[in-house]
Design a protein around this ligand. Structure first.
Ligand SMILES: [Zn+2]
Length: 114
């Protein structure tokens, strides 16, 4: 994992996140987060999701899932937290052994069925 601290992208975004996975990089907002194991593990889960979807389709599906959620929930926060990739990453970010045992395309288990 290659970590980039406070990249140019974060300087031009109006509301930069604390971190972002852009395969093969993990972008983080500040030096203090370089040692935030839970945050880094969350981003590592996204790197794995990106790799198994051959990178580009991940971003397409991520946005598609977000916009479908936005139609359902009419709320940015709910739409974001219900993206299957985010649900998987948030559920397992504190489990440092998760990626060792994770099954292929495990994010599919986190698609909302309701
Ligand atoms: Zn995430």
């Amino acid at each position: 994992m290659i970590v980039v601290v406070n990249p140019f992208l974060f300087k031009i975004l109006p509301n930069p996140p604390m971190a972002m996975a852009l395969f093969p990089l993990v972008l983080i907002d500040s030096e203090k987060n370089r040692h935030n194991q839970i945050l880094l593990n969350h981003e590592k889960i996204h790197l794995r999701q990106q790799k198994e979807l051959l990178i580009l389709p991940f971003y397409v599906l991520y946005l598609l899932n977000y916009f479908v959620n936005l139609l359902i929930y009419r709320n940015h926060r709910k739409a974001y937290f219900n993206i299957c990739f985010e649900r998987e990453a948030y559920r397992h970010e504190a489990d440092m052994g998760f990626l060792k045992a994770r099954s292929f395309c495990n994010f599919l288990k986190f698609l909302r069925k309701d």
